[in-house]
Ligand binder design. Structure first.
Ligand code: PAD
Ligand code: ZN
Length: 369
């Protein structure tokens, strides 16, 4: 089968649109016709080389589609099923899975490390050359092959472009608040970085009944969106020192919970400073591989702060993703408002440019068929 895909051939270069040969799914694998794929900053980290992977490769990890074919031994899915990609395929049987933490499951480590399927081969090729997978998803392609453990079944009534966002940004952001931090009604929350993921931290804080919810960004439009998603106060970090602003909105103490949703050491430090004594700093942003966070342990101790990090919103994926979709159905979780721009696959680099320019909450690649 042939499929067009956006391919990362070299770091710091735009993605190229290639016509690929896509193999049929092997044992335990599923061929998915991709319907929509969100443009997440984590993909940009691969493009910029802050996260490394085997190249050439097809990025894209936030997406949804329809099962086209299943390989031998696949029992959970059949052609026609609507599915969500999970960028941490999980076995469902190990210690972490049984304790509600599937994103920590080691099952998919070989996929991420090698950019290949479990049998050591790729399902994408061009002119006989292997093209690799990223995070075992690679949904910037018309068709992709994934292990069945990397899919969750979606209900048919949720539009696939809206559902796609739940594959990463929504679950990560809302989950950071509800599942990682466990924010309670009336807790004060500050969110540093209100892009596609940070806006979901804001809406997660609103869902949790937090207040104040202080949104910090450097782009005025992001702050407008943050207000629409439930921020009670906004701070433009280009105009005001976020630390002063957060402290003055929390009786001088700092927030109960601060979230860093950019992926920079300096803003993680800022979030830590803006956390009150006894409060919690939550790291959501992915810093470049090898970064070091300078931290005075005595300061941490004297202030009794907690530093937490969250992968995939610390969500129990098969339990929590259906819950989030139900909240969307009930009008409690906003998804439509998060999509600023729909792109054709050929326009994908514009999605990354718009992300860097700060002009979109999320862009989403929508496939024709
Ligand atoms: P994005 O580019 O849409 O958002 C980043 C936001 O930060 C933008 O709105 C910027 O304007 C804003 N910003 C930049 N500099 C500053 C500053 N100095 N002060 C305040 N705001 C600033 O990215 P995203 O929302 O898609 O992703 C955010 C991070 O989250 C990124 O590092 C991504 O890789 C990471 C992520 N983590 C997980 C996880 O499991 N932890 C999952 C998905 C994404
Ligand atoms: Zn992502």
């Amino acid at each position: 089968m042939r499929a067009r895909a956006a391919v990362l051939t070299e770091v710091k270069k735009p993605l190229e649109i290639w016509d690929l040969d896509v193999d049929l799914p092997k044992e335990g694998e599923v061929l998915v016709r991709v319907a929509a794929a969100g443009v997440c900053h984590s993909d940009l980290h691969y493009i910029q080389g802050d996260l490394t992977t085997v190249l050439p490769a097809v990025p894209g990890h936030e997406g949804a589609g329809i099962v086209e074919a299943v390989g031998p031994g696949v029992t959970r899915f059949q052609p026609g099923d609507h599915v969500l990609f999970v960028f941490r395929a999980f076995c469902g049987r190990c210690f972490y899975c049984l304790n509600g933490r599937p994103a920590l499951c080691d099952f998919s480590n070989p996929l991420r490390r090698t950019g290949r399927m479990f049998d050591g081969t790729t399902r994408f090729h061009r002119d006989g050359q292997d093209v690799h997978h990223i995070l075992g998803v690679s949904c910037f392609a018309e068709y992709t092959v994934v292990p069945e453990q990397g899919l969750l079944k979606l209900p048919d009534d949720i539009p696939l472009d809206r559902a796609a966002l739940v594959g990463c940004g929504v679950t990560t952001g809302v989950g950071a608040v509800l599942f990682a931090a466990g924010v309670q009604p009336g807790d004060s929350v500050a969110v540093i970085g209100c892009g596609g993921v940070g806006l979901n931290v804001v809406q997660g804080a609103a869902l949790a009944g937090a207040g104040p919810v202080i949104a910090v960004d450097v782009v005025p439009q992001k702050l407008e969106w943050a207000k629409q998603l439930g921020a009670t106060h906004v701070v433009n970090a280009r105009e005001h020192d976020p630390l002063d602003a957060i402290r003055s909105l929390t009786e001088g103490r700092g927030a109960d919970y601060t979230f860093e949703v950019i992926g920079r050491v300096d803003t993680i430090q800022q979030a830590y400073e803006a956390t009150r004594k006894g409060g919690t700093t939550v790291i959501v942003g992915l810093t470049p591989q090898g970064s070091v966070l300078p931290l005075d342990p005595l300061d941490l101790l004297r202030a009794e702060k907690t530093i937490k990090a969250t992968l995939y919103g610390t969500a129990n994926l098969p339990r929590d993703i259906p819950r989030l979709l139900e909240l969307y159905r009930l009008g409690r979780l906003k998804l439509d408002e998060l999509i600023s721009r729909r792109l054709r696959l050929e326009q994908i680099n514009e999605g990354f440019e718009a992300m860097l320019a700060g002009s979109v909450a999320r862009s989403i690649v929508v496939f024709d068929s």
